[in-house]
Design a protein around this ligand. Structure first.
Ligand SMILES: [Zn+2]
Length: 143
């Protein structure tokens, strides 16, 4: 298959919400791709039926996703959307918890711009992360 440009989400409207089908049409991807993105951490609007995605969230996810493939983070780094590069969380402190979709999310504060940074991590990477960062495993929120 020829190398395709990854969708950038530039044609999405930040404040609009999109169904899976609308998103597939606007970004010219399959619904399966959107489900893959959800497994990679794309979050739909909570409680939306059918699933709805906020344009701003999808844009942020796509830019993060593209950057991550370009400059992979080290095990102790989280990609900062503000600085547009991987950063080690301030003080070597990070939180680890499951999000509402069951993905394991590492979060920390960017030492440069103080933004919260989030990264979906694999369970198998947790021991490596814990060797470098001081990880606080918060109890999962059940709502
Ligand atoms: Zn930053």
């Amino acid at each position: 298959m020829a190398a395709r440009k990854r969708p950038s989400g530039q044609n999405l409207k930040s404040h609009r919400s999109y169904t899976t089908g609308e998103l597939a049409t606007v970004l010219r991807v399959s619904r399966g791709t959107i489900h893959n993105w959800m497994r990679s951490g794309l979050e739909p609007i909570e409680g939306g039926k059918p699933l709805l995605f906020l344009g701003r969230v999808v844009k942020g996810f796509l830019s993060d996703y593209r950057q991550r493939h370009r400059s992979p983070c080290g095990p102790d780094e989280i990609y900062c959307l503000g600085c547009r590069k991987p950063q080690q969380p301030a003080g070597g402190l990070a939180d680890l918890r499951h999000n509402s979709r069951g993905a394991l999310v590492l979060s920390g504060i960017c030492p440069s711009c103080e933004a919260m940074m989030f990264r979906v991590v694999a369970q198998r990477d947790v021991p490596d992360i814990k060797q470098i960062l001081d990880v606080n495993e918060s109890a999962d929120a059940h709502d």
